[in-house]
Write a protein that binds this ligand. Structure first.
Ligand code: DX5
Ligand code: ZN
Length: 215
């Protein structure tokens, strides 16, 4: 069954208690937490104090998506908040293989994200060492953008790289996921769907998570 990771970026920060309660009551598998530095992407979101506050109140494992330059600086810090998965961008790492090793040494699962303009082939040398690949299905930086349809074929190509190499990596797709694009992504081989606006801007977020889960 597909895993669903609501993106905290689209939560209503004026009503956090309500949003956290909703997440805890829902069938969500993970909490997707987008960290942005205004340098790797043209936006700034939130960071460690927020992660620390969520650590003991959200009963879903944290899936931390680092949209920052030199993410290796923050591995120990992210681990200290109990994150299950730390995902770094291939484009942001000078020593990707070492960074993946360090994430594992810190006790977390390692994810590697690629932007829409980065080919799947850039993952060839690490695909057997990582736990997850995050395919950006929009350009990173903002919630609520439109899904890029050509990413479906990219997911299919990644899926075949994973089966040919015997890698255990799961495929997470992030950006513009709704019931329609989510179904297409599942069919293409996605294991985890991130969804922000589709969940948090819907009339009944718990029901929307249920519908995504049932795709
Ligand atoms: C964008 C973030 C996404 C974002 C997705 O850079 O990585 O996680 O929150 O939001 P939606 O689902 O609204 O496109
Ligand atoms: Zn994300």
């Amino acid at each position: 069954m597909i895993q669903i990771a609501p993106s905290f970026l689209s939560a209503n920060f004026a009503h956090l208690e309500r949003e956290i309660q909703m997440l805890n009551d829902s069938e969500a598998d993970l909490l997707h937490f987008d960290v942005m530095d205004g340098s790797f992407v043209p936006n700034i979101s939130f960071g460690f104090p927020v992660m620390a506050s969520l650590q003991n109140v959200v009963r879903k494992p944290m899936d931390v998506h680092m949209m920052v330059v030199q993410p290796e600086r923050w591995i120990e810090r992210v681990a200290s908040y109990g994150a299950r998965i730390m995902t770094v961008h291939q484009e942001a790492c000078h020593n990707l293989h070492r960074t993946v090793q360090q994430i594992h040494e810190a006790g977390m699962q390692a994810g590697v994200a690629i932007n829409p303009g980065t080919p799947v082939m850039m993952l060839e040398e690490v695909i057997c060492d990582i736990d997850m690949v995050l395919i950006m299905t929009v350009n990173p930086g903002f919630g609520g953008q439109t899904f890029i349809p050509s990413m479906l074929d990219k997911v299919r190509r990644l899926k075949s790289m994973i089966s040919q190499t015997g890698s255990k990596a799961l495929i997470e797709c992030d950006g513009g996921v709704n019931l329609e694009t989510g179904a297409q992504l599942k069919e293409a081989g996605a294991d985890i769907l991130v969804a922000g606006h589709t969940i948090f801007r819907s009339d009944d977020p718990i029901e929307t998570i249920h519908a995504l889960k049932a795709l």
